[in-house]
Design a protein. Structure first.
Length: 329
């Protein structure tokens, strides 16, 4: 018999068994999660409601999970019950029946949770940077969709009336070790700009502070040498999970993983080599501390310019994610 239960503390081992099964199957997509990281990143979050974390059982055996939670309000100062988000639908690979049946039961249980709270706009997989629970864990970066490799779950969302509204590509750069490739264009940029680098201690909103509370964040900004007091012409932000909360244990120290949250250049300064220069500065900074490291990022599939830039700088496209939405009366 298939049944869906709400989470409680005695089910920690069940949730971990489901996640670990799929983390082994989709290691490029799901980070390993320990009991400590589950407690710190998910259960200990001020926004966590155990009734929204759902587990599916088949004849008493845990076979799947999904997390129904609320998104931010307009200015990010609080959560809003107007927006419901279904995070991290995960079904064990060894389910002895149609996996799509388990996925459907979990999704419909999440919808029931939303209806009970008066939520009429539902998103699945991601809603901009709206996950205070799974950043760095689901997709190794900001969870902005459902893994396209899980075709069965994608098809279930479509069958249940969800519409696709966004596709994002995930890119990864492995440096073991990193080797600089200073071109004449990059060297010319070095003579024309100044770079500031600092550790960010605050976030633009309460919501983002909640998302990145377990992360260390560094920010770089590029200014023209003759206009240091003006607005920056380029910038980049890098995040990594603090060692205290690391789910990766000793591996984290040997091969740390970072999220490239964004890298951007002012439109007036495109094609001047500034983005390549800035990325070189960022990677050189990491290489001073680590002989090997991995950088993950996720970008909108429509952003061909950024995709070309990443590919030119040896990032590999490791998969896509799709986001869905559904509006109900």
């Amino acid at each position: 018999m298939l049944e869906v239960r709400c989470f409680h503390n005695l089910l920690v081992g069940d949730w971990l068994s489901v996640w670990s099964d799929q983390a082994g199957r989709f290691s490029d997509f799901l980070a390993p999660v320990s009991r400590q990281i589950l407690e710190e990143q998910i259960l200990g979050n001020i926004l966590f409601d155990p009734e929204g974390l759902l587990l599916a059982y088949l004849d008493g055996v845990p076979v799947g999970t999904i997390h129904a939670a609320f998104g931010p309000n307009a200015d990010g100062s609080d959560f809003s019950r107007q927006i419901g988000i279904l995070y991290a639908p995960i079904i064990r690979s060894d389910v002895p029946l149609d996996r799509s049946g388990v996925a459907a039961a979990l999704i419909q249980a999440g919808e029931t949770y939303f209806r009970r709270n008066g939520t009429h706009r539902w998103y699945a997989g991601g809603y901009s940077k709206a996950s205070p629970f799974y950043t760095g864990l689901y997709g190794w970066t900001n969870p902005e969709g459902i893994c396209d490799a899980d075709r069965e779950t994608l098809e279930v969302f479509c069958r249940l009336g969800y519409s696709r509204f966004g596709v994002s590509h995930r890119y990864r750069l492995r440096c073991a070790p990193w080797k600089s490739s200073l071109t004449p264009k990059i060297q010319q940029v070095d003579g024309r700009v100044l770079v500031t680098h600092f550790e960010r201690v605050t976030e633009p909103s309460w919501w983002e502070a909640n998302i990145y509370r377990n992360f260390d964040t560094e920010e770089w900004n590029v200014f023209p040498r003759n206009g240091f007091n003006d607005e920056p012409i380029a910038g980049a932000v890098l995040r990594w999970m603090s060692p205290t909360f690391s789910p990766y244990g000793e591996i984290e120290r040997k091969d740390p993983r970072y999220i490239l949250d964004y890298i951007a250049v002012n439109e007036a300064h495109l094609r001047e080599g500034i983005a390549s220069f800035l990325l070189t500065v960022v990677l050189a900074g990491l290489a001073r501390h680590h002989s090997a490291f991995t950088l993950d990022t996720v970008i909108d599939a429509r952003n061909g310019r950024l995709a070309s830039f990443l590919q030119a700088n040896r990032f590999q496209n490791i998969g896509s994610v799709t986001s869905f939405y559904k509006v109900v009366a």
